[in-house]
Design a protein around this ligand. Sequence first.
Ligand SMILES: Nc1ncnc2c1ncn2[C@@H]1O[C@H](COP(=O)(O)OP(=O)(O)OP(=O)(O)O)[C@@H](O)[C@H]1O
Length: 308
Amino acid sequence: MSLVRERRHQEPLTFSIPPPPYYHGIPRDPSPSSFSSSNPDSSSPVQTLNDLEKLTVLGQGSNGTVYRTRHRRTTALYALKLIRSDLSITTVEADTLKRIESSFIVKCYAVFANSSDLCFVMELMEKGSLQDMLLAQHVLPDPVISTLANRILQGLRHLQEMRIVHGDIKPSNLLINKKGEVKIADFGASRIVTRGDYGSSGTCAYMSPERVDPDKWGFEEIGFAGDVWSLGVVVLECCLGRYPLTKVGDKPDWAALVCAICCNEKVEIPVSGTLEFRDFVGRCLEKDWTKRGTVDELLYHPFVKNRQ
Ligand SMILES: Nc1ncnc2c1ncn2[C@@H]1O[C@H](COP(=O)(O)OP(=O)(O)OP(=O)(O)O)[C@@H](O)[C@H]1O
């Protein structure tokens, strides 16, 4: 498998740590407390899976498939993600997911679990992912990158207010709607923070040093700083047009990624970028998580301030 593309026309970077035997930190357990096939939320526009007619496949992830669907009665369009049946989610977790209301986060309207799949009914993001955009355009102009960074930070701030660590910020989880607005998607690796546990799912290439090697960098109690690191990797990738933490020509395997993330002193930031860009990326890609920029601080950074 090609882990790191040297140029954008190569394979997307898909090196994921295998998911742990839980989803959202909830043990795989078909006990009565697990989420059931009925959807009791009467405010949801989709009450049962039969309300939706599958139209096309939008994409394939490591855990399942995403479909473009149409509501049979209202004709409204939705994305439907079906993932492996051996993962489960509790009612509390599903409710939290549905309660996330932000114009910077892809809306999840309903969650169903049946014997074969776990199903998420989501806002349809017509223009696909940032990964698709990078594959087509290779590099993005500075104003586009700063707007994107601002929107991701606003989404992360909303998640932090709900005590949620996303855990897998990367180009394929940043989706674009028909207005061209970027939103955060895919909470498959996320955790609702109630104590200092540390989730191990996510995509290694975008993981922060303290997640890859917690012993070296010190255990991070909450994990919000890891999302900021991932944002820094994404922003640098948008500027360079390739995965930025390994060198062109490096064999992009697990060892190279771990070394690039954890061993090298500082991440190299291109001198061609503006001062604001370089400083912003430097604040995100500070290896020591205790010194890294926080979401609140970075929202006031000159690179992203007043962008939307
Ligand atoms: N709400 C949505 N609207 C439109 N397209 C979507 C939506 N959600 C996902 N997709 C498309 O489906 C693809 C697969 O999504 P999915 O979340 O299953 O996996 P992934 O994030 O690409 O990869 P992985 O599961 O390995 O992390 C995305 O890359 C995107 O192109």
